[in-house]
Design a binder for this molecule. Structure first.
Ligand SMILES: [Fe+2]
Length: 380
């Protein structure tokens, strides 16, 4: 994108320091009014009902970290390998869990990496190709999706829709606001079969440990991606315009200069959470955990949250089998949930969250715990 074009509104507004469309106010009222505007826009442009729930996330690793990253998911989640293949561009391992979006872990074989420039921060540049790059959502009509988004000047990675034996797929170029791409997939054959045409199987001798408690770690409930304070509103609106998600609510924690904003489909399913600072980054001494994380690692997804049964026992057994945590298990049944964060993976930079909700609680944290959870990520 040329420098004269604002990365938030996509328009050129001269030398003005502040974008006239997205003022840095982090106002939930503004976002709620944008939900109404985007909902009306979806009705008129045809997006309404066109994009559904998450089908997969795509995590790219360095080539020598691909199998170690897969082994971590085998060791510390309920996911199992359902396919492993390579084509001319990628080696890919597909991890599946019966009721979850899939996790595709891959490494590039050739060509330039369009995400690389988002990865070159002080603590992330040592793994310059490592990132959760793409969230892939279901669509019922990919041709219609592409036409509508092209009318909106959305940029895609490819000029045409990729057609495979089992699906059609297209993805946006990485967002300037998040460094993340949104993909959409229309299944035309076997659902959740991500193999590309002309791919060949790769040998993948990794073993799923026979630990019964891993069955208690279930589906991918939500992810939290970190965006700059100045980009929070624009990033959420951009995501709403590319999908059928809507901003639901946010929790502001002033003491840690942090806002956690939740977007969801109206009928539930996977939740896309955005975490941002309240005030922009100042320096490493004064800024809160979120802005410091972005300084060190770039805007990126911070954690993957897995629904977990028997969470006390699972938490303890994971630790006995080598998992380290950023924070102990926090929460209580009367608060609606229990949850914890692991240390970040050395192969993906991603933290795992294990979360158990009680009763009808639908939240992602409690007001009692959000402070301690946010503080825990400060040591990254
Ligand atoms: Fe979370």
């Amino acid at each position: 994108m040329p420098e004269s074009v604002c990365h938030r509104c996509g328009k050129s507004h001269g030398e003005e320091a502040e974008c006239p469309t997205y003022k840095i106010n982090n106002s939930d009222e503004f976002l709620k009014s944008e939900v109404r505007r985007v909902t009306e826009e979806r009705k008129t442009n045809g997006m309404l009902g066109l994009v559904g729930d998450l089908q997969a996330i795509i995590i790219n690793t360095e080539e020598d970290r691909l199998f170690p990253a897969v082994q971590e998911f085998l060791d510390y989640t309920g996911f199992r390998i359902s396919d492993a293949f390579e084509d001319e561009n990628f080696k890919t391992v597909v991890l599946s869990q019966p009721v979850s979006a899939s996790i595709l872990i891959r490494s590039r074989k050739t060509g330039s990496n369009p995400f690389k420039r988002f990865n070159l921060n002080p603590k992330s540049s040592e793994l310059p190709n490592t990132r959760l790059e793409t969230f892939v959502f279901l669509t019922t009509d990919i041709d219609k999706y592409r036409k509508i988004q092209q009318m909106r000047d959305t940029q895609f990675m490819s000029n045409s829709i990729t057609e495979m034996d089992n699906y059609k797929f297209i993805q946006t170029t990485p967002s300037e606001l998040t460094g993340i791409s949104v993909g959409v997939i229309e299944w035309t054959g076997e659902v959740k079969s991500f193999r590309t045409n002309n791919a060949v199987s790769i040998r993948c001798d990794l073993i799923k440990p026979e630990r019964s408690y891993l069955e208690d770690i279930g589906f991918l409930d939500h992810t939290a991606s970190r965006v700059k304070a100045v980009d929070r509103d624009a990033a959420i609106i951009e995501f709403m315009e590319l999908t059928n998600y809507k901003f639901e609510f946010a929790i502001h924690v002033k003491s840690f200069n942090s806002i956690t904003s939740v977007t969801r489909l109206s009928d539930g399913g996977f939740a896309m959470v955005f975490t941002s600072g309240i005030e922009p980054f100042k320096n490493l001494e004064e800024s809160g955990p979120t802005e410091k994380f972005i300084y060190n690692y770039g805007t990126r997804t911070h954690h993957l949250a897995f629904i977990t049964e028997n969470i006390e026992e699972t938490y303890r057994k994971l630790h006995e089998d080598g998992m380290e945590y950023l924070v102990e298990l926090v929460g209580a049944p009367e608060q609606g949930l229990k949850q914890t964060f692991t240390v970040a993976s050395p192969n993906t930079f991603l933290v795992n969250e294990y979360i158990h909700r009680y009763g009808n609680f639908k939240g992602f944290f409690t007001r009692e715990n959000v402070t301690v959870l946010t503080a825990a990520t400060d040591i990254q």
